[in-house]
Design a protein around this ligand. Sequence first.
Ligand SMILES: [Zn+2]
Length: 346
Amino acid sequence: MAFLRENSRTLLLKTTALAAVAAFIQGCAQTPAQQPPSEATIAAHVAAATRDAGTDLVPLLDLCKPAPAAQPPQAELDKGLKALIDKPAPPPGQAFDNLYFVGADWVSAWAIKTSDGIILIDALNNQMEAAALIEGGMRGLGLDPAQIKYVVVTHGHGDHYGGAPYLAQKYRARVVMSEADWTMTETKLEFATPVWGAPPKRGAGDVSAKDGDRLTLGDTTVTLYITPGHTMGTISPVFDVTSNGQKHRAMLWGGTAFNFGKNVPRLGSYIDATRRMGTVVQAQKIDVLLSNHSAIDSSQARLATLRQQQPAGAANPFVIGTPAVSRALNVMGECAQAQRDRFVLQ
Ligand SMILES: [Zn+2]
């Protein structure tokens, strides 16, 4: 979920001397120093995020706005979610030769086409959306939903698992979730609302993903990295995509917002995950950054660009390059550090 935000407050973009020196030494790497949290360290982290966002990653800076210390009251949560779900859905679309968007306006689902069926990443809010947007969208794009073999649920919030039980049952697809998030959905949901479908019930064929697990179907392997923070078992899948036959490598950041309330250790996990995946991005030359919310990866706008692109074969707008993917992780990590410092000071 990425919708729980308070209004931003003005932050002085003051860089401390130490942060400036560190930034000089480290180029665009994250500010490393663990100084005692203060208004100055918060401002320095926001300044670093703003610098790394440049002009192309500005939507990510939403993450630097102060996050709420507690969840909203139930009625407010239900109402807010319903308003988001009621927004008209965008058309489905094809981002790469082997990757298709079958999402809602607010939350995305992605279908990876392999030589032996389809790996679906996320299942939207509920059965109705799974039927209309995932099954309907796939048919509209020439894909057969009966070919869905796996449903990877990036994390245990209902906007990603709500449609999973329906698809799993109808197509005997195997649900993949991390052990931490299976346990969370089986014991105590972090967010519970009737607006979402029930979480999937773990069956014999379902998968508990561990960090670094490789999910192979036909000619395609998806590596499942556990990136704790947004939930403690968030999965960020990494896989190859091709555009007009040219290979690229994509990472789907599986959970972005700080909507878990005042929890400093959890922000620490988030910060660690952005740093760790920063090294993975460099090592694997990941040049495509995807999200399960199109406000994060601008997927709707990029798909619209692709639809209008003439001639076919021009640059794919989803390919942003390895330096930009690295900067995106820095932005998220710096915003997490700013929020950690805010919570420590509260
Ligand atoms: Zn979520």
